[in-house]
Design a protein around this ligand. Sequence first.
Ligand code: HEC
Ligand code: HEC
Length: 276
Amino acid sequence: MKNLGAFPIVSFVSFVSFVSIQAQQPQPPEPQFDPAAVERGQQLLASQCGFCHGSTGRGAASGPDLTRSELVQNDDNGTQLGAFLAVGRPDRGMPPFDLSRAQVSDLATFLHRAIYFASNRRLYKILDILVGDKQAGEAYFNGAGRCGTCHSPAGNLRGVGAKYDPVTLQGRLLLPRGRPPNPGGPPPPPLYTEPTAMKVSVTTPSGETASGALVRLTDFEVTLYEASSGRMRSWLRNGDVPKVVVTDPLQAHVDQLTKWTDADMHNMTAYLASLK
Ligand code: HEC
Ligand code: HEC
C-alpha cells in the first residue's frame, strides 16, 4: 500500500501502454512499407493516375477509388497490378501504361499502405494519440525537425489538431500534397490547381521559358498548367530537349520522410493533435 501515493503518476503511463497493447494484441504484426517506395509511388500516382483516380488514388470524377479495387486489394507486390496496367481497359477509359517493374512495385506499395491505413483507422487512432509524447513532439518541432522555419503553432498550424482526425493529421504531416481525403464529399479539385503541386519549368532550345504546375511528365511529353492564363501547355520531349526542371514546394516534407523514426512521428502527431 506504500506505493499508492505514486499511483496517480504512473497510472497514466500504464494506462497508455495498456491501451496500446490491447489495441495491438488481436492484430497481426504491422506490415512495413518502405517510406521511399511509398513516396515514389505517391508521386507517380499523382502524376500518371491522379488525373482520373484522384491525387491519392481515392477516386475522382473519371476513375474509381483504387483502394477499394479488389484487383488492387488482392495484388501481390505489383504482380497483378502490373499485368493489368500493361493492357488497361481502353474500351472503358482506362489506358494501358508502359511502366517498369520497379515503378509498378512503388505504386503497389503506396496503394497497399493506403488500404492498410484505411482498414486500421481505429487502431491508428489509439496508437497515435496515446503513445506519443506531445512535449517531445514540441521539442522536435522546434529542434531537430526544424518545422518552425516554415510553421508556427499560433500561425499556419493553428487549430490543426481540431481540423483533422488523427489518421488524416498524420497523413498531412507526412506529405501534405493536395486536399485531405473527404470520403463521400465532392471529388477534390485537380492536384495541379493546388499550391502544393509540383512545379516545372520548361526551356526550349530557342530560349523560351514557361513555368507552372506539373500535370504530366513522361519520357515523351511534359504538360504544365499555367495558373495565370488557366491554360495547359505541352511539349514533346526528346532526351534533354526541351530542358525540364521540376521543383517541389514540399521538398522539406519529402526529405523528412526518410528521417522519421516511429517515436518521433508518434510524438509529433500527439503534439499537433493538441493544437486545438
Ligand atoms: C484517363 C483516365 C485514367 C488514367 C490516367 C488511369 N486510369 Fe485507371 N481506370 C480508369 C477507369 C475509367 C477505370 C474503370 C474501368 C472500368 O470501368 O472497368 C480504371 C480502372 C483502374 C483499375 C481497376 C479497378 C478495378 O478494380 O476494376 C486499376 C487498378 C487502375 N485503374 C489503376 C490505374 C493506375 C495505377 C493508373 C496510373 C498508372 C491509372 N489507373 C490511370 C481511368 C484511368
Ligand atoms: C521548408 C518549409 C517547410 C518545413 C521545414 C516543414 N514544412 Fe510542413 N508544410 C510546408 C508546406 C509548403 C505545406 C503545405 C501548405 C500548408 O498546408 O501550409 C506544409 C504543410 C504541413 C502540414 C499540413 C497542414 C494542413 O493544414 O494540412 C503539417 C501538419 C505540417 N506541414 C507539419 C510540419 C512539421 C511537423 C514539420 C517539421 C518536421 C514541417 N511541417 C516542416 C512547408 C514546410
